[in-house]
Design a protein around this ligand. Sequence first.
Ligand SMILES: C[S@@+](CC[C@H](N)C(=O)[O-])C[C@H]1O[C@@H](n2cnc3c(N)ncnc32)[C@H](O)[C@@H]1O
Length: 618
Amino acid sequence: MVTKLFLRPHSLPLFTFFPKNPKPFPKPPIFSLSSITTTAPKIHAQIQIPDPELSYGPTLLKGTIPAIPTSQTPSKTFPNGDDEDDYRFSEEIFTRVFEIAAIRVPSKDCFALESRLRGHLLNWPRVRNIARVPGDDIDDDDDELKGLVRSRSGDDALVSLNRRVYGKAEGDGEPLSPVLYREKLAKTFDANGFVNFRNLAKISRPNRKKKKKKKAVDDDDDDEERGGGEKKKKRIGRNGFSVVEVVEDGLPEWEDLKGLLGEEFHGRKWRGPTRLLLLDERYSTKCAEDLPEAIKVVLKENTTKNKTSTFELVRCKLTLFYDYWQMNEILEAMLPKGMIVPSAFETVGHIAHLNLRDEHIPYKKLIAKVILDKNEPKIQTVVNKIDAIDNEYRTMQLEVLAGNHSLVTTVVENGLRFHVDLATVYWNSRLVTERQRLLNGFTQNDVVCDVFSGVGPIAISAARIVKRVYANDLNPQAIEYLERNSVLNKLERKIKVFNMDGRRFIISLFSSEKAHSITQVVMNLPNEAVEFLDAFRGILRGGTQERELPLPMIHVYGFSKARDPEFDFHERIRIALSEVAVDVEMRRVRLVAPGKWMLCASFILPKSVAFRKPILDM
Ligand SMILES: C[S@@+](CC[C@H](N)C(=O)[O-])C[C@H]1O[C@@H](n2cnc3c(N)ncnc32)[C@H](O)[C@@H]1O
């Protein structure tokens, strides 16, 4: 599978990440936030980023960067980085704060208003235009809580609130056991099933719950670590990559819920459950009178209906974190100005496989880290191809740049599973379409001979369709995986496996009694497969009655850099078979490099070749 990224030289003047010791470039400093921010120890000491005239939508060049206290230097190191290649950057340098306006509305009205105000709401990718803020979920019908808030009567109120929220208050004894709690919920269980209590089933599985709790504790620890000891501000909302906070004007003390419900509720007054409808960025600095008519009507409508309007225009801060930004945005910001941002990577199971240009090499670990961060958990390892494939087994020289070092992975292709060790066997996910095209031509009456089978993507897929498959590879590791994959896909009974040189395999198979049953031959070793065609010369010459039997269809792959690749490849086939009259169906499979085509030639083995006296003696 190939994942496309952006291929364009970028020109962001924002900031540049430099590796510690880039070989071809002068040694630059490690990028740190302090180099672009003030040293003010206050979070949200704001630094305006230049170029306010940027287009619509969030970018790293807009908004403000909150300052980070110098004591808090959250940074990530590459797990595999040695001293030389140690790349560090703080994720906090990608935090951006945007000032926006919102209408705070009762939660029950928010969906209706969302559709009414659609064209006027914030339309940023991945940011929901209905936002939640702390404490917006207090039950509206909760008369007890309302009374409690109004009465502002300290301890009694807290006890009452605890009873309401937790079912118990201090001094009421142990909290209900999971079983009793479940029973209590079941009493209020409604006819629609688990609609109201989706977690009901989980409650009777305390073990899983414990595990979850443990994970939550671990996550908190991680947050704490990242925050350099100081607990990280809890990110509200489900996504974790953005947070909305209301910039409240000061409230009279008696209206402020902080005293009753804690610091989180500072500046909140009683409104019942509410939601924020985030307004389009164009309205961020506008006051109510300057807003479009559609919004004003909504605000006015509500005031006339309801003397105490619950619709309020509020100022908000929308913070987007490192996790929000896409891979290309992060890389564009970090790589030197004018450098092409890495354009694509191939995925093989959990491995992202890069083919970096020379100019990217000093930044390879940085690029790999961002790719890993942005594609986890699907991607667990990022590797770069070091050299062109030029060994006999067609394996790649790979360098692990980020993530775990295991190159053994599982690839799922057309519903089949293949175990692959990229360090020892060949695999190319880009050929999936070609393999499918080839397989589409096979029927249940076919018997397939795969001369260069690798771990079996063609052989095993064919075994699902055809009568029988003979699969061969020279690489013993590939054969081991081929056998394992046949069993994994429960097709081992249809596949006979061989581990020998391709030419020997062709000769021995066609000189056995299996010869006349073979209907399809696949030869996928594009650099040299055509040179193995000489093995077919005179391959059936011994038999006389077989002369009337149909001959196999051969599918041979090859590369050509010629101006007329089809002609060039056809010529090579004729030479290898020593036969001019070969009726070939030729296809371009893909362009593997500028001007270099991979081709597939399919032809029926000519009788004149199959029954000729062989030149080759084995
Ligand atoms: C390009 S790979 C193709 C593998 C498989 N068809 C696929 O699509 O994944 C070529 C395979 O040929 C094997 N090979 C190389 N030289 C060979 C030879 N002389 N005889 C048999 N197999 C050979 C390599 O080990 C490799 O697995």
